[in-house]
Design a protein around this ligand. Sequence first.
Ligand code: CAA
Length: 284
Amino acid sequence: MGIQRIAVLGSGQMGNGIAQVAACAGYDVVMIDIQQEFLDKGLASIENSLARVVKKDRMTEEQANAAIAQITTSIDKAAAADADLVVEAIPEIPELKFSTFAELDQICKPEAILASNTSSISINAIADATNRPERVIGMHFMNPVPVMKLVEIINGRDTTPEVTALVVEASECMGKVPLACNDSPGFVSNRILCPMINEAILALQEGVAEPEAIDGIMKLGMNHPIGPLALADLIGLDTILHIMNVLHEGFNGDPKYAPSQLLQDMVAEGKFGRKSGSGFYIYS
Ligand code: CAA
């Protein structure tokens, strides 16, 4: 029997997007968070996102309502007990991930697959917090989840080919293109993306060009959908800084991964990008 029931842990930007694409694929979904208020906000995001899809005539209102009906919510992790696949999308705090996976390992049935949507924490380290490292895997969705095609699949040291195959199949059912890599700092996506963004911030810091010009050059010259500074605002500057620190430490202090001073200063000032209302641009 393949995957039928999916638990998504975390109802933030990534978690609610994952719950949405899983529900649209017909899976039974339970979205779990620590407060009902967070779950209500997550459900409202899903409703808004599906309304956009309906408006574009890519889905009927009945289909959108049916997808929403596939999602239940809970503030108790025990709701993941009968899930075949758990996708964790909680904050990027290593100790929190490790304790959560240790807990999920106790709660979930032995054959359940425990996946992490982590963008930077080692899958091997997460797997080591459980007694089922062979059933732990990285399932890294991209933001905004309903739109972006990729799921970066990260195989840990012990992940079995059977687990990878099941997760690849589930990702494809969700309309995504899964591409696999091995556990390594930043995996593939963030090892390449975040140094590029950091370099754009360095160009700004050194007065090479204004933000609009840096972004315009990359959009018009390289066909990027948005420029690196606007993308940093979308991802969150705190997240970019965190990932640069993971790369810097993970590659033994190699200076090519050192986070720029401007990035560090902006995060210290609470300029996180879209989510805080200001970053390289102002958001109202
Ligand atoms: N739900 C449903 N549909 C959505 C949506 C959502 N949340 N957000 C956007 N869309 C749809 C829009 O309806 C629109 O559809 P049409 O093409 O049919 O008109 C389409 O997506 C484009 O949206 P917009 O017109 O509003 O805006 P845009 O053209 O600027 O596109 C974008 C928005 C798709 C986000 C685009 O800017 C983009 O591709 N940006 C780059 C995103 C990216 O690189 N993401 C990866 C970040 S890295 C990451 O996530 C990993 C990590 O670990 C840090």
